[in-house]
Design a protein around this ligand. Sequence first.
Ligand SMILES: [Mn+2]
Length: 302
Amino acid sequence: MKIITSGSRYIDIDAYASCIAYRHLLALKGINSKAVSTAKLNESVTQNLLDLDVKLDKYEPKEDDEFIVIDVSDKNFFDNIVKQNKITEIIDHHTGFESYWNEKLGENSKIEFIGAAVTIIFELYEKENLQDKIPKDIAYLMMSGILDNTLNLKAKITNNRDVIAYKKLEKISGELGDYASKYFMDCEQLIEKDLKTALENDTKIGVISKRLPSVISQLTIWNKHNFLKNKDLIFNTLNKFGNEWILNLICLKEGKSYIVASNNILLQEVKDILKGDIVEYYLECKEVWLRKEIIKVVEECP
Ligand SMILES: [Mn+2]
């Protein structure tokens, strides 16, 4: 059985949508597969999306399972069910491991630095001319994945391919252009209900760069005011992950990132790279930064 899966600690709507959409594409091509995850779903997978008729599959390990891994290509972060020597395909949009997988899998390694992994999945539908066979529910999932990972198509990482895929999916879903605000308000409500859990579920742990702490948390919200009031809660929650951490709070209404760091030296170091102004205990950036963009810019710094 082909098992489509993603990361280990938590998965977001891009990964969730990609696994489900790819299962449907394979089914249209007559290939049986399961979309599976043992990770927690983070708050980008809203209740409205969980209530749709399309869902993940239950997993029972079988000897002949093969794995298709989406939205992650660093093997340290694969879902625990993945057997590395049984991976047949990787679809991702994070940098760092593309030459490794290209060498191993050839054309079955599809790693491209664009806004969302699910954009690559949409293009695979188009390649087979099967985009008109995308059900509405799956179109909603795919649109949400693009919106979340590109910050409403405004993040620097956004590629024209993401914009084109989103517009086409909008037509397929029949939405009349207000889907983004609907989706992001759903997300904010979920985060507000339990900020501590949201922080925990969106914290990535692992050494990525010598110049950044190994703990990097990120939350996407609509309005910053409710969150930056919670300094104690933020510090208490993130201190449990390690001595050094940063939190990237993305505020879509202001169109800016606010960075909180475990200490002032670290905050100053982040300021030297991302620029902006230190206000109270956080750095107010001039623009929106995604975690993966911060990592990229730090690595490119001399
Ligand atoms: Mn992604």
